[in-house]
Design a binder for this molecule. Sequence first.
Ligand code: CP3
Length: 356
Amino acid sequence: VSPANNLATLTPETSGSRFLKALSGETQAVPPVWLMRQAGRYLPEYRELRAQAGGFLDLCYTPDLATEVTLQPIRRFDLDAAILFSDILVVPHALGQEVRFVEGEGPRLDPLASRAEFATLKPEIDLGMLAPVYETVARVRAELDPSKALIGFCGAPYTVATYMVGGRGGEEQAPARKLAYSDPAAFQALIDLLVEASAAHLLAQLEAGANAVQIFDSWSGDLPPAEFMTWSAAPIAAICARVRAKRPGAKILAFPRGAGAKLKAFAEAVPADAIGLATAEDRRAAREAVPAHVALQGNVDPIALTVGGSALDAAVDGVLADLGDRPLIVNLGHGVRQETPPEHVAQMVARVRRAG
Ligand code: CP3
């Protein structure tokens, strides 16, 4: 990354940001800290607002409410970055697929199981449908302290495709994987559509004021190595290229959850500024796998965060000891769990800040 590129994204108001410094390859005595799913049901103020909002998607598409929810954890914990409150499934929604969030069960989509059913999707993403999301980005950026970064995001094409084909996540990746073997051209066409849609969605968030974007690949870790490169790494690399073609120097974080031994090949293929490590990743191996100028993000165990006390301190200290001598963004290895006592997040932030 050339210095000129860094200047393109480090605006005056954000150049003091620990988070953006880490993304520019700086090693810092006090590294930045934020948490995946830092807004959400473990916060009483979220549950209260959520109860007034109707459905989860209504919350995502109402800028007043989504702005408030994005800022809730920043007010409480003084984290280094806010992440837009939205969901990875707004992309299939804006491609014309039915998306519902079922209370206590998670997302449900009308599965698109075949090439013929893909024809029901729009040929490109309807960014107009997502205008409230970009308005939320602009409002959050305007309200956020200048020292804090705002992260936009999308799901990786493979992860989003597993929901679109299977109708849900988890074990039901099987439908997407079966389609990838039985009709690779059809699956590739869906992935290609998602590359274009995701790049456009990320660019719109950057245009609206996001300082960096993260690509969440929650399910590709289960793929065998060759399929992992085809369906996870290559499409994510293509998104990076499309985003940077329009915005040179755009800061991009990639989170290939569960990549494990495939991390080295992923880091070689994907030109991300930071790579997120899931809870089970071996940090020593990750150091070797990822070039030293690329920031690592992670990977405190979200279960240790639920327990707090000395177990949490030890988990944070382990990350700092293993990765503190290179560009680092302290985070969890996956999202904050619902049963997490909010005080434990305050404890984690204090432990990181004490590092300096
Ligand atoms: O990190 C943040 O705080 C930003 C907002 C955010 C949400 N989802 C809000 C949300 C982000 C970045 C996501 C990403 C996301 N969404 C992923 C990738 C990361 C991961 O967790 O693996 C995935 C796979 C999804 C799809 C999704 N959305 C699932 C599986 C669920 C149900 C799980 C659950 O906890 O309910 C959702 C719903 C969802 N997305 C909630 C939140 C706060 C809970 C909705 C509610 O309040 O009822």
